[in-house]
Ligand binder design. Structure first.
Ligand code: FES
Ligand code: FES
Length: 157
């Protein structure tokens, strides 16, 4: 099937099989490998991307369902500079080890910070609860998101 969509601000036109999911389309067709694939059935959050401004698990969405949509991946979000402070906080607080979960975690964290200026730690945990990390134990990730929220709101970290 022929699909037309916007990916990270660029118009994309492609022929895809109806069974191809969005994660595989982004990774294999467009070589946007920052979108990771872990569980492939909507559990781990590694494949999180934005579609029309909402975060979705791209392993659960068919590429053909993105026809006409605006898709943003971690590459686009990173290149835009929108999350440079969040990325720096992850680095400074050692909130990543192997990095497998990190793109999805950053997408989800930015989604929360857009919804709420100063979420407390419980709210951060809740919002990131669908993003699994096998390495960090989550504390450093919560710290990084909390310190970014505080800095954006003009508070001391
Ligand atoms: Fe999509 Fe795990 S790969 S949620
Ligand atoms: Fe390895 Fe999160 S840093 S899974």
């Amino acid at each position: 099937m022929r699909i037309l969509l916007d990916v990270n601000g660029a118009r994309v036109e492609a022929d895809v099989l109806p069974r191809v999911n969005l994660a595989d389309f982004l990774r294999e067709h467009l070589e946007l490998t920052g979108t990771h694939v872990g569980c492939e059935h909507g559990v781990c959050g590694a494949c999180t991307v934005r579609v029309n401004g909402e975060i979705v698990r791209s392993c659960l969405m068919l590429a053909v369902q993105a026809h006409g949509a605006s898709v943003q991946t971690i590459e686009g979000l990173s290149d835009s500079g929108e999350i440079s402070d969040l990325q720096a906080a992850f680095r400074d607080r050692n909130a990543l080890q192997c990095g497998f979960c990190t793109p999805g975690m950053l997408m989800a964290a930015q989604d929360l910070l857009q919804q709420q200026e100063l979420p407390d730690r419980q709210r951060i945990r809740q919002h990131l609860s669908g993003n699994y990390c096998r390495c960090t134990g989550y504390q450093a990730i919560i710290d990084a998101v909390e310190s970014t929220a505080r800095a954006r709101a003009g508070h001391a970290p």
